[in-house]
Write a protein that binds this ligand. Structure first.
Ligand code: PHE
Length: 392
C-alpha cells in the first residue's frame, strides 16, 4: 500500500519520531525501485511537488496543526530531518538513474570504455563489496645511501654505541672553533665551506654555515651527556665541490666518538678493525696511516684492502680502478680526541687530565657507489624513480 501522510494527533517526541521513521522508510523503499528518468520524475513530484507533494503535506498536516508548545519541536524535525533527508535521497537516486542511463546507451552503442565506467558507477552505488582488495599504494624503499648508512650505524650499535644527531645549518663555533680550528687557521681552508649570507654583523663564532662534517655533533653531544659516551652520528654535510661523477656539494658522513677513562689508540684500532671486518668481510686488512686533523692528535687515515679487487690492484688482467691499482682504499679519518677539544666541554665532566677518547668520520656516499656498482654519484640525488626502483 502506498504511503500516505497521517494526521498527527499526538505531538510527543516519541510519536513524532515514529511518524518520521515511517515516512523515511517509505521514501527509501520507493526510491530503491526507481530505475528510469520518468520513474524518477514521478518520485520527485510525489515527494517534492510544491502543491500537495508529501513534504508539503507534512507541513500542512504536522506543522501547521501543531499546538503552540509543540511547534518548535515539530518544525525542527520537519526542516532538519525530513526536508534534508528527502532531498539527499532524491539527489542520490537521480545520480544513480543517470548512470544507469549511460550504461544503457553505452551498451546499445557497444562503447567499451564508457560501458566500463558506467558499470563501475552503478556497481558502486548498488553495493560496496568489502571483500574486494583495497586501493594499493606502492610502498617506498630505503634510499641506497640511507641503507648503507644504516648498515654502518648498526655495526656500531652492536658494540653498544648509540645514535646522536645535530643541525645541518651550524655555527662557526661548533663546526670550527670548538674543534680546535682557531679563527684564520689554514686548516679551515681544507673544508671548502659554504657560508650563509649576511652574517657579518654577528661575532664570528655565531655566524651560520652549512656544516662541512658531522664532527660538530661531537661537541654538541658532549655538552649534553657526561662521560662515558659512545655515539655514532650519521648525517648530511656540505662542501663547495662542483657536482660530477664522484663529487657532490651535499654528501653523507658517519661520525663516531668514544670517551671514557683510559681510552687508548689500541681501542681505536681494535674497534675500527672489527667494524671494517663486519662491513667488508672478515678477510679485509686495515692500515692506519699518519694524517692531520685539528681536533685529533695523533690523527690517522684508515685504509682497507680494496674490496673490489681483494687487494691485488687488478681485476683479471685489467687494472682495478676504484683503488687506482694500489690494492688499498681510504675509508675514514680518525684519531685520539685532542685535549684542546675537551677544554671546550671541560665543565661537563671532560677534564682532559681525566678522560681520553677517540673519534672517526667516514664518508658514506662513495661506499654506497662501490657497494651497488653505480658509476655516477649524481644518480643518487636526482630522484629519478627508474634509478631508485632498482634498489627496492
Ligand atoms: N671530520 C673529518 C672530515 O670530515 C673526519 C674525522 C672525524 C677525522 C673524526 C678525525 C676524527 O674529514
Amino acid at each position: 500500500m502506498a504511503y500516505t501522510v497521517p494526521k498527527l494527533t499526538d505531538y510527543s517526541t516519541a510519536a513524532l519520531d515514529r511518524a518520521t521513521r515511517d515516512l523515511l522508510s517509505a521514501l527509501e523503499e520507493e526510491s530503491a525501485a526507481v530505475r528510469t528518468e520518468p520513474e524518477y520524475e514521478a518520485l520527485r513530484i510525489r515527494w517534492r511537488a510544491r502543491k500537495d507533494g508529501i513534504v508539503t503535506q507534512v507541513n500542512d498536516l504536522w506543522l501547521k496543526t501543531a499546538p503552540r508548545q509543540a511547534k518548535r519541536n515539530v518544525g525542527q524535525k520537519v526542516n532538519e530531518v525530513i526536508l534534508s533527508r528527502v532531498d539527499a535521497v532524491l539527489q542520490e537516486r537521480h545520480d544513480h538513474v543517470k548512470n544507469l542511463g549511460i550504461l544503457e546507451k553505452a551498451r546499445a552503442a557497444g562503447l567499451d570504455a564508457e560501458l566500463d565506467a558506467a558499470r563501475c558507477a552503478v556497481e558502486l552505488a548498488e553495493s560496496i563489496d568489502i571483500t574486494l582488495p583495497g586501493v594499493r599504494r606502492p610502498i617506498g624503499a630505503e634510499h641506497p645511501i640511507i641503507r648503507t648508512s644504516n648498515e654502518i650505524v648498526s655495526v656500531f650499535q652492536k658494540l653498544g654505541y648509540s645514535v646522536a644527531d645535530g643541525p645541518i645549518v651550524e655555527t662557526d663555533y661548533y663546526n670550527f672553533e670548538a674543534l680546535n680550528f682557531p679563527p684564520n687557521h689554514p686548516a679551515r681552508d681544507t673544508q671548502d665551506t659554504l657560508f650563509i649570507a649576511n652574517q657579518q654583523s654577528k661575532p664570528q663564532r655565531e655566524r651560520l654555515l652549512l656544516r662541512t662534517h658531522t664532527s660538530p655533533v661531537q661537541i654538541r653531544t658532549m655538552e649534553k651527556m657526561r662521560p662515558p659516551i659512545r655515539i655514532v652520528i650519521p648525517g648530511q654535510v656540505h662542501r663547495n665541490d662542483p657536482p660530477d661523477a664522484s663529487h657532490s656539494p651535499m654528501f653523507h658522513q658517519i661520525e663516531g666518538l668514544a670517551v671514557d677513562t683510559n681510552i687508548t689508540f689500541g681501542d681505536l684500532k681494535g674497534t675500527l678493525d672489527h667494524a671494517m671486518k663486519e662491513l667488508f668481510g672478515s678477510s679485509v686488512k686495515t692500515s692506519f696511516r699518519p694524517s692531520f686533523f685539528p681536533f685529533t692528535e695523533p690523527s690517522a687515515e684508515l685504509y682497507v684492502t680494496c674490496f673490489v679487487c681483494g687487494g691485488s690492484g687488478k681485476r683479471g688482467t685489467e687494472p682495478c680502478r676504484p683503488c687506482k691499482q694500489t690494492g688499498w682504499m681510504e675509508v675514514l679519518g680518525c684519531g685520539m680526541v685532542d685535549p684542546n677539544v675537551f677544554e671546550f666541554v671541560k665543565d661537563n665532566g671532560y677534564d682532559p687530565k681525566k678522560v681520553s677518547g677517540f673519534a672517526f668520520g667516514m664518508g658514506v656516499d662513495r661506499l654506497a657507489l662501490l657497494k651497488y656498482g653505480v658509476d655516477d654519484l649524481q644518480l643518487f640525488f636526482q630522484g629519478d624513480v627508474r634509478f631508485l626502483q632498482q634498489f627496492s
